[in-house]
Design a protein around this ligand. Structure first.
Ligand code: 1AE
Length: 414
């Protein structure tokens, strides 16, 4: 029996016959032409022919605000592509469903529903939410991640001290800044050794385990070797700029049995792909479904209220795509990020729940009492949010002076 992967598009046009357009896509992106084929050939080609599943046309609403979606003429089109046409890898699927088509007028790829057969070729996250929690021994609260800041031009002792201060604050994960590449001052093996030593030192004070997501960079052909080098030096997590390399590069890392540490996916370059209303790939597919399918254990994306903002419905759709039950596929941690400070924790916990990661760079390092106090302020804010206590009240509890200083500086978002 033929199995299919189904793509959902939103096509915009003031006059087009969307049914005709859908038929053109289904044929054009599969067998090329159909009506001109001799009858005998049609029989052979049937199994390769794309199918129009549905076309839902939306006509502009008269009273809609100019520029809004409701004011536009568009159609949501579903096309099923036979698995027989492409190999079982994400690049082949993307080129089939949104290769040439991505450049052909105002059309956005909203979703891809992959067949069971295709999904079986994408094992997904090796650890997922449960596996990351197991590594840390933390089960009852959102995790806290801190981001290195000021890394370029700093040497190993400076980086180690920065790591140590972050670790002392009680964070669960520390990630490299995504712009830290292989460099002579802090080469990956030395960096990992220094940071893991600092993590052990801090653990004596915090009693807490910590994952250090070191940035895997360089030429694609060297990525797996680079990851293994980092792991041999003690790395217990990786950071990866997925979109600059492609989903398949992530899948290569995630599938490798020797790369037995969680992988955090950074969204760098995503802004070139998802934000336009009429073009590109919907964020819940780009940063949600495909990241998970390719094997990310944690996925960073902009939050609805920080410094790099994404509409709230889009961030929730990403989190949903990362977590919703999908057969044997493990779920990935949503990590809403950018400009996060302790005063945002109550809304983060309300919107993304316990199964999420609170992630901050400036919100840790910019704390008036230092980076360790920054981490502590976040932990105090997380505890308060889980108790349902207002941060202003929690800040007055004895021992919570770090939270008090943080909300005096950044305020509290309602
Ligand atoms: C969406 C990515 C966020 C990120 O990588 C980063 O470095 C954030 O830093 P802060 O928290 O905005 O300082």
């Amino acid at each position: 029996m033929t199995s299919y992967c189904t793509a959902t598009y939103r096509a915009f046009d003031e006059k087009a016959d969307f049914h005709k357009k859908a038929a053109g896509i289904a044929v054009g992106l599969t067998v090329g032409s159909w009506t001109e084929l001799p009858e005998a050939k049609k029989k052979d080609m049937e199994k390769h022919l794309g199918k129009v599943v549905s076309v839902e046309v939306h006509e502009p609403e008269a009273d809609a605000a100019p520029g809004s979606l409701a004011a536009q003429r568009y159609a949501d089109i579903k096309i099923a592509y036979p698995d027989a046409n492409f190999s079982r890898d994400i690049p082949a699927l993307l080129v089939t469903a949104f290769g040439k088509l991505s450049m052909d007028g105002r059309i956005k790829l909203l979703d891809l529903d992959v067949s069971d057969d295709f999904r079986a070729a994408c094992p997904g996250p090796k650890f997922g939410i449960a596996g990351v929690r197991e590594r840390l021994g933390v089960y009852d609260r959102p995790l806290l991640m801190s981001i290195f800041k000021s890394v370029i031009g700093y040497d190993l002792p400076e980086l180690k001290e920065q790591f140590y201060q972050q670790a002392l604050g009680g964070v669960d994960l520390i990630k490299d800044d995504e712009i830290l590449f292989e460099n002579p001052l802090t080469p990956i093996e030395k960096r990992v050794e220094a940071c893991i030593a600092a993590a052990r030192e801090a653990e004596k004070h915090t009693g807490q385990k910590l994952l250090y997501a070191t940035n895997i960079t360089g030429r694609t052909s060297q990525l797996r070797a680079q990851a293994k080098k980092a792991i041999a030096a003690g790395a217990n997590a990786l950071l990866f700029n997925v979109l600059a390399y492609g989903f398949d590069a992530l899948q290569e890392l995630a599938e490798d049995p020797e790369i037995d540490v969680p992988i955090a996916a950074h969204p760098a370059f995503a802004g070139a792909i998802y934000p336009a209303q009429h073009y590109g790939v919907a964020p819940q597919l780009l940063l949600g479904k495909l990241m998970r399918l390719a094997g990310a254990d944690l996925v960073l994306f902009p939050s609805p209220y920080g410094s790099v903002v994404m509409p709230k419905d889009e961030t929730l759709a990403i989190a949903d795509a990362l977590k919703q039950p999908e057969g044997a596929l493990k779920s990935s941690f949503p990590v809403p990020s950018a400009g996060i400070h302790p005063g945002l924790v109550p809304v983060l916990v309300k919107d993304f729940g316990r199964e999420s990661v609170v992630n901050a760079g400036g919100g840790v390092h910019g704390h008036p009492m230092g980076a360790a106090a920054g981490g502590q302020a976040f932990r105090q804010a997380i505890d308060a949010a889980l108790r349902g206590e207002a941060l202003e009240e929690a800040a007055n509890r004895p021992g919570n002076e770090q939270l008090k200083a943080a909300i005096e500086l950044w305020g509290v978002k309602r």
